[in-house]
Design a protein around this ligand. Structure first.
Ligand code: ADP
Ligand code: MG
Length: 614
């Protein structure tokens, strides 16, 4: 075949495939256009999962009669003029491709009236060709009706899933935009049944309640704007407390400058923010918004505009991770008796480098310090008996654009000495031990079961981290240094870790091929066998983790696992009382460093119910 230019019709069909993958992509493009047009109300209606019909109606600015046919031409847009404009795009659309692409693969009708014109216009296109156009009466705004999607692309039509699947893709999209644009009232109707409606009051909490239901909607914690206010990267949104988690990442949503994006790295940033706080293999629920200067993010990466490129991806990663972590920790339902001096110290430590998974000698204590700084910073923020955040506290917004900055009105949290008493965990009275595994305790609201191993792990973990920060790990020399031989691969891994171990109070030196001499251990750990400990630590370095976690922390976690009291160990009353007191003093008494719960509570109310006293 000779080389020739494709006809406009063929080129459109090819390009349409990139923009319009399924009914939800049509809904996305149309709703984005409505939002760009400043709509305060957007109604979405579908039949048969959007395959038979999609209708999106808005009360936005409308389209001028003279420009209507043009709007359906490829690369026709009112949102961009020069190539420079691409550097600072403030609208959701800018490529001028969506209407052309949608019209190319469907029968499309648009009825619109520009606010400045007395009557509206109706245009109809089939497979991208205008088949009729004429005046029609309607209030200002735009209604797009897309019928028989992919009727002329049978291959694509075959790939569509069931109506229900297509509907759920549409719902997933609209619910997210409804949260990000709380000033816009959304309605979604599938096959005549209304499935979602939001009031458009501007209160994000209202939307969360409509979208997620009362339980989850009320439980989500607001990421306070003060955490990143005034920074080049502002992070906001809502995140689940540690007792809310899901089996997959489907509940992680990220908006960048008002646009829903899919970004694996930022999803990791959120997951990592919950590190050690959630049970293993569980994922958080989060709706994070990131606002940054338009020139610091490139949204022109893919026709569907769901991927972006950041000028400084690491900075965005860190900002998201920190804001989410601080929010989660500050709302953790527990308290600490962290000493004020230590807190001041930690707060003064550099907050950067939380994620520096650096393995260079010397960098270790730095990252521990940073990690602790975040722990300590979070602890000064822990408040008890806080009312649920009630309103999103949205600041003033231009009515035309409703890109959301969540909740700037929350006051900066202060460590308030007068509430120190309130901040303490309830006093628990030790009742006894169960199955040589759990401590039974009584508190003001019922029965508490504490996993002795998990609780002790948490206690040791925080103590070692804190000591390491202050360079005050008490070490105890072994009476006679012990030689430990390791398999070659483990030995070479351990060699890399020696500087980190030194910082943690484990004094080890190479001693012949694959053999090490242990000279001292942290005082907390002298009951451990040096051979077991080294083997364990060498194994840590070989672990592959889905998130970049800090080496020192991983080592400490391993050490604590080995050092903590085991299930099956009988504890005296004093030991149990001691352990509970120590647990109360930790920053995160509710989970062990591996994310399993340390404590289970059965409230007096639940007990009464079980006994039929209710
Ligand atoms: P883009 O959104 O990238 O500009 P589209 O193909 O989606 O490209 O839309 C083309 C143009 O049509 C837009 O730039 C806008 O001027 C106009 N338009 C589309 N939908 C609407 C709407 N709902 N209300 C007002 N104008 C609209
Ligand atoms: Mg558009």
């Amino acid at each position: 075949m000779p080389i020739r230019l494709l006809s406009e019709a063929v080129a459109s069909r090819i390009a349409a495939g990139e923009v319009v993958e399924r009914p939800a992509s049509v809904v996305k493009e149309l709703v984005e256009n409505s939002l760009d047009a400043g709509a305060a109300r957007v109604e979405v209606e579908t039949h048969e999962g959007g395959i038979a019909l999609i209708r999106v109606r808005d009360n936005g600015g409308g389209i001028l009669t003279d420009e209507l046919a043009l709007a359906f031409r490829r690369h026709a847009t009112s949102k961009l003029e020069t190539a420079d404009d691409l550097e600072h795009i403030a609208t959701l659309g800018f490529r001028g491709e969506a209407l052309a692409s949608i019209a190319a693969v469907s029968r499309t009708t648009c009825i619109t009236r520009h606010a400045s014109e007395a009557t509206g216009t109706r245009i109809r296109l089939e497979a991208g060709e205008v088949v009729s156009q004429g005046p029609v009466g309607r209030p200002p705004g735009t209604e797009m009706v897309i019928e028989d999607l992919f009727y002329n692309v049978p291959a694509r039509r075959k790939f569509l899933k069931t109506h229900r699947t297509e509907r759920s893709h549409i719902d997933a999209f609209i619910t997210r935009y409804a949260i990000a644009y709380p000033r816009t009232a959304f309605t979604v109707v599938h096959d005549g049944r209304e499935v979602l409606t939001t009031a458009g009051t501007g209160d994000v909490r209202d939307v969360l309640l409509s979208v997620y239901g009362t339980d989850l909607g009320a439980a989500l914690l607001e990421v306070p704007a003060d955490l990143t206010l005034g920074q080049p990267i502002c992070v906001g949104g809502f995140v689940g407390p540690t007792n809310v988690h899901r089996a997959n990442r489907g509940y992680l949503t990220i908006f960048v400058n008002g646009r829903w994006i899919e970004d694996l790295r930022l999803a990791y940033a959120i997951i990592q923010a919950y590190h050690t706080l959630l049970p293993v293999k569980r994922y958080p629920v989060a709706f994070a918004t990131v606002e940054l200067a338009a020139e610091d993010v490139d949204i022109n990466v893919h026709p569907a505009k769901s991927e972006v490129r950041f000028r400084d991806p690491d900075a965005v990663f860190r900002a998201v991770q920190r804001a989410v972590r601080a929010t989660v920790l500050r709302e953790a339902p527990a308290t600490t008796s962290w000493s004020p001096e230590a807190t001041a110290d930690h707060a003064a430590a550099p907050a950067s480098g939380l994620l520096s998974a650096s393995r260079q000698p010397g960098a270790e204590s730095e990252s521990i310090r940073a990690r602790l700084a975040s722990l300590a910073a979070a602890q000064t923020h822990i408040r008890f008996g806080d009312p649920e955040p009630t309103s999103s506290g949205l600041g003033p917004q231009e009515p035309s654009r409703s890109t959301v900055k969540f909740g700037p009105a929350v006051a900066a949290p202060q460590a308030d000495p007068t509430t120190a008493a309130e901040r303490r965990l309830p006093v628990l009275r030790t009742v006894g031990q169960l199955a040589t595994m759990y401590i039974i305790a009584e508190g003001p609201d019922g029965l508490y079961l504490i996993d002795q191993h998990a609780a002790h792990e948490r206690v040791l973990y925080e103590r070692l981290l804190s000591d390491a920060l202050r360079g005050q790990i008490a070490t105890q020399p072994l009476l006679s240094p012990e030689a430990v031989a390791l398999p070659a691969d483990e030995a070479s891994r351990l060699e890399e870790l020696l500087p980190a171990l030194g910082a943690l109070g484990v004094e080890v030196e190479p001693f012949g091929p694959s053999t090490f001499l242990v000279r001292a251990l942290p005082a907390l750990l002298t009951h451990l066998s040096p051979a077991d400990l080294l083997a364990d630590i060498a194994a840590t370095a070989g672990e592959s983790s889905p998130v970049r976690e800090e080496l020192e922390e991983a080592i400490i976690r391993h050490i604590c696992k080995r050092a903590a009291v085991k299930a099956g160990q009988v504890l005296s009353r004093e030991e149990m009382e001691h352990l509970i007191r120590d647990l109360e003093a930790t920053g995160n008494p509710r989970t062990c460093p591996h994310g399993r719960p340390t404590i289970v509570q059965i409230s007096t109310h639940d007990l009464a119910r079980h006994f039929g006293r209710d």
